[in-house]
Design a protein around this ligand. Structure first.
Ligand code: MG
Ligand code: FE
Length: 169
C-alpha cells in the first residue's frame, strides 16, 4: 500500500522522465526540419514550454523530498533517441513525426490529468497549481498539431510529387 502523497511522488517522477523524453524528441524533430518552417517554429516554442515544465516538476519533487529518477530519465532519453533515429529512415518523416507528436501530447494530457487528481487527493496545492499550469500547454500543442496535420500533409504531398524537391523533412 501507499499514501496518496507517495503515489503522487511516483507520478511526478514519471512526469519528469516524460518531459525529458519530450525535450529530446522535440529537439531531434526541430533540428531535422528544413522545409516546414511553421511546424519547426511551433516545435521550438514547445521546447521552451517543456523546459519550464521540467523546472516546475523538479521544484515539486524537491519540495516533496523525492528526487527525479535518473534511470527512468535515461530510458526515456534512449527511447526518444531511438524514435528520432527511426523516424529519419522514413520517406514521410515530417508526417509521421507530426502524428507521433500528437500521440505524445495526448499521453502528456492524460499524465497531467492524473497528477491533478492525485495532487487534489493529497491536498498538495502547489503541485496542483503547477500541473494546472502545464496541462493547457499540452492541450494547445495537441490541438495545434491536429489542426495543422491536413496542411502539413498537403505540403508534403506537393513536395513529394516534385522530383526537384525534398519532401520528407
Ligand atoms: Mg510536456
Ligand atoms: Fe508537451
Amino acid at each position: 500500500m501507499a499514501t496518496p502523497q507517495e503515489n503522487l511522488i511516483d507520478w511526478l517522477r514519471d512526469a519528469h522522465a516524460m518531459e525529458q523524453q519530450a525535450e529530446q524528441m522535440l529537439r531531434a524533430q526541430s533540428k531535422r526540419l528544413e522545409h516546414y518552417p511553421q511546424l519547426k517554429a511551433r516545435i521550438d516554442q514547445h521546447v521552451e514550454e517543456t523546459l519550464d515544465q521540467q523546472k516546475l516538476i523538479d521544484d515539486c519533487l524537491a519540495r516533496l523530498g523525492g528526487s527525479s529518477s535518473t534511470i527512468k530519465d535515461m530510458t526515456g532519453r534512449l527511447m526518444a533517441f531511438g524514435q528520432a533515429v527511426g523516424g529519419t529512415l522514413m520517406s514521410d518523416e515530417v508526417v509521421k513525426g507530426a502524428m507521433a507528436g500528437y500521440v505524445f501530447e495526448n499521453v502528456e494530457i492524460a499524465a497531467y490529468t492524473v497528477l491533478i487528481a492525485a495532487a487534489r487527493a493529497a491536498g498538495d496545492t502547489e503541485t496542483l497549481a503547477a500541473c494546472e499550469q502545464i496541462l493547457p500547454q499540452e492541450i494547445e500543442m495537441a490541438d495545434w498539431l491536429l489542426q495543422h496535420l491536413p496542411e502539413i500533409t498537403q505540403a508534403f504531398l506537393i513536395r513529394s510529387e516534385d522530383p526537384n524537391l525534398e519532401a520528407k523533412r
